[in-house]
Ligand binder design. Structure first.
Ligand code: PLP
Length: 401
């Protein structure tokens, strides 16, 4: 069985992570070292803050800004639930703005329509590993005095990109399912050094992530990496079938950073020394060619399929995930599973943000229910096999969309 995704981390990185947990050490110093490395690698004159996760850093940003209750944050109409939960937790309103399903860019007309005197911030998410152009959003934010926050949680690929330098704040995630994962951790980049300093000071008041929690995390993802080898994964899926366990739900739950428990209790921590050290290692050591190769494989696979995909015209697609559109996702997933490929609907917790204004024509929200994430093949044979399996499932190459 070809797994949907494997943690993007090597055994040597995991061994180092285990060693870091044994070493312990000064968390503030380790955090500062990772921040200095991010600043040096980015070289854009902005300032880094290392947090436990994007959600943690964003939560502290909102706590620091202390916007008046009822202020509005214009958000990409498709994002993850927790980002909206963080906004609402601070007494703010998330107002969804349409995204073009072809380019994954913000719809400028919808953006203008969403603006009210209460708008304070624009939170723009790059989706499915693409990087949308931000010039229009930037000009809009400047014109209307909005803080522009770029959610690049899905967009880091280790190619030297650390967010668009014109943004006020960029958020990059190194969570367990991300490219160059550090099993957690995030880098926030600030244009304004004073704002960066204030958010850092707010974060410093949070409890420290327990070293034992990070050690458990290392063990968990080492196990997950072992179990997502081809043969082992087939056995796990087989065992789930025999035991009547829904393997899809089991996997989706197990790769979530803060699954279970109260979200805010879990995100409101600062990273322990081992977490920051692993992040530093990933920042410095992730091979540039790796993501480029994956992007090429993804492009070839998607080009060979008779299926539409969200973001067909998006720029800089890294094919971190391989979403396609199907009018019958359950049938496609079942057909691929029967042929040894584990596809899913739930790879990245994205959802359509609810709002008073209905989705416009061409808006990404309209097609989210049709999204199926294909497994990302690492071998040439699997790539060919997956293309054949999709065609066989669809019935001899007929386009379903
Ligand atoms: C668009 C988007 N924003 C934010 C996040 C949250 O990142 P983190 O897990 O680092 O909090 C994710 C995680 O998948 C994401 O996809």
């Amino acid at each position: 069985m070809v797994p949907r995704q494997r943690p993007d981390i090597g055994w040597l990185d995991l061994a180092c992570a285990a060693a870091y947990t044994l070493r312990g050490g000064d968390s503030a110093r380790a955090q500062a070292q990772a921040e200095a490395a991010a600043d040096e690698l980015a070289g854009d004159g902005r300032h880094a803050l290392v947090s436990l996760s994007v959600r943690s850093g964003f939560d502290r940003l909102l706590a620091t800004l202390a916007l008046p209750p009822g202020s509005e944050v214009l958000v990409s109409a498709v994002t993850i639930r927790d980002m909206v939960a963080v906004i609402e937790h601070h007494g703010l309103r998330a107002v969804p703005v349409d995204l073009d399903a072809e380019t994954l860019a913000l719809d400028e007309t919808a953006l203008a329509a969403a603006l009210t005197p209460r708008s304070r911030m624009l939170l723009v998410a790059h989706l499915f590993g693409s990087r949308m152009p931000l010039q229009a959003a930037l000009a809009f934010a400047r014109r209307h005095g909005l803080l522009l926050v770029e959610d690049g949680a899905q967009a880091y690929t280790g190619d030297g990109w650390f967010g668009e330098p014109g943004c006020d704040v960029s958020l990059l995630s190194f969570g367990p399912i991300k490219t160059a994962t550090a099993l957690g951790g995030a880098v926030l980049r600030f244009a304004d050094p004073r704002l960066c300093g204030r958010v850092r000071a707010a974060q410093a008041l949070q409890p420290l992530q327990a070293g034992t929690a990070f050690a458990r995390r290392v063990g968990k993802y080492a196990l997950l990496k072992a179990l997502t080898g081809r043969v082992a994964y087939g056995l796990v899926c087989g065992a789930c079938r025999v035991l009547g366990i829904d393997h899809d739900g089991l996997i989706n739950r197990s790769v979530r950073s803060f699954a279970g428990g109260e979200l805010f209790q879990r995100v409101r921590q600062r990273p322990c020394a081992a977490q920051s050290r692993l992040l530093l290692r990933r920042l410095r050591g992730y091979p540039r060619a790796r993501a480029a190769l994956r992007a090429q494989r993804g492009e070839r696979l998607l080009a060979a399929l008779p299926l539409a995909r969200p973001g067909r015209a998006a720029t800089g697609a890294s094919h971190w995930v391989l979403p396609v559109l199907s009018p019958d996702p359950a049938r496609l997933i079942a057909g691929l599973y029967a042929r040894g490929f584990d596809a899913t609907c739930g790879a990245s917790s994205l959802y359509a943000v609810p709002g008073a204004v209905p989705a416009g024509a061409g808006d990404l929200r309209r097609v989210m229910a049709a999204v199926v994430y294909l497994p990302a093949p690492e071998r040439e044979g699997d790539l060919q096999g997956l293309a054949l399996a999709v065609r066989a499932t669809l019935g001899d190459g007929a386009s379903l969309v």
